[in-house]
Design a protein around this ligand. Structure first.
Ligand SMILES: Cc1cc2nc3c(=O)[nH]c(=O)nc-3n(C[C@H](O)[C@H](O)[C@H](O)COP(=O)(O)OP(=O)(O)OC[C@H]3O[C@@H](n4cnc5c(N)ncnc54)[C@H](O)[C@@H]3O)c2cc1C
Length: 273
């Protein structure tokens, strides 16, 4: 799967309920993966550039490597680089033009509210009768909403607190204003808003080029920077990025284990998940 060429893109609708989370945050799973792999994990260390460099081995042969510079000014040299972040937002300078790999992203506006939802807004007399997951539609069926646009895409109850308030997560096409939130809720004791560059824009066009899984300085190069983030252009989920990560590991395994280096068979106790 070296370069990707698909005629479609995929989205999924997650039901929002029956999902589980790790206490303190799901990021702990991945941090623990990295720590248990005995990797040298450097958190809060921003990479600012990756440069292709050439060194010479003891026989005078060219050896391609990468100089990775971090924000603290430290430069380290590596045999391989796996870039597992969106190129557009990572602010990493590469030593070759990569502008065409930077895709537009879709902005998702997320608002979390703790309070009492307003059943009247949804045409219900009783809050008990309010569905816990409400999804709106778009053009042309949204003409009954003010300005012809639904104020939210999804409105989902995530938790009921001991004091009877609910914690609601709202995805909306724009940042909701106070007036809209006051219409949706009888009272709000906590409101938190965050804007995400959530996933690459999904244009429904045929024959669309996605960034390659291997970013090469020159087309004729045998190998390059491994870019699992490119798979997000086809489908953007945590699960599919795990497959993308596995593909990155497979490509590196194939490259290095074809050089008569003693390697385990791919999948023997690593990569099987
Ligand atoms: C609001 C929202 C809701 C979503 N809901 C779901 C869902 O319900 N289910 C689902 O499966 N997926 C969901 N997704 C998508 C999912 O989060 C992504 O598909 C997934 O996180 C992509 O994983 P990744 O490892 O490729 O990249 P990311 O998770 O984006 O990880 C990239 C990492 O690289 C780091 N980084 C970036 N630049 C640098 C740099 N210069 N130096 C060092 N580190 C850097 C970032 O800090 C980040 O930790 C959602 C996304 C959003 C935004």
């Amino acid at each position: 799967m070296e370069s990707l060429r698909f005629h479609t893109v995929m989205v999924s609708m997650e039901a929002s309920h029956g999902t589980w989370a790790v206490k303190d945050g799901n990021f702990r799973i991945f941090e623990e993966f990295a720590i248990r792999s005995k990797a040298n994990v450097l958190l809060n260390t921003k990479v600012i550039s990756v440069s292709n460099i050439t060194e010479f081995d003891s026989f005078g042969n060219d050896v391609h490597k990468y100089a990775v510079e971090t924000e603290d000014g430290i430069i380290q040299v590596f045999d391989e680089v796996v870039l597992a972040a969106p190129l557009r937002f990572s602010d990493i300078v590469l030593s070759f033009p990569a502008q065409h790999y930077k895709r537009d992203y879709h902005t998702v506006h997320v608002t979390l509210v703790s309070g009492h939802a307003n059943p009247n807004y949804f045409g219900r007399s009783d809050i008990e009768k309010l569905p816990v997951f409400i999804v709106t539609t778009g053009y042309p069926l949204a003409q009954n909403f003010p300005d012809g646009q639904a104020p939210f895409e999804t409105f989902s109850v995530h938790r009921i607190l001991e004091n009877g308030e609910t914690v609601v997560k709202i995805f909306s096409p724009n940042k909701p204003d106070e007036k809209q939130l006051d219409q949706l809720f009888l009272n709000r004791t906590w409101t938190y808003y965050k804007e995400w560059q959530a996933f690459p824009q999904l244009y429904p066009v045929e024959d669309m080029d996605f960034p390659s899984f291997i970013l090469k300085a020159n087309e004729q190069d045998e190998f390059g920077i491994v870019y699992p983030g490119s798979f997000e252009n086809f489908v953007s989920t945590m699960e599919t990025q795990t497959i993308s990560g596995k593909n990155a590991a497979r490509l590196l395994h194939e490259k290095w284990c074809s050089k008569n280096i003693h390697c385990k068979k791919f999948g023997d106790g690593w990569g099987d998940y």
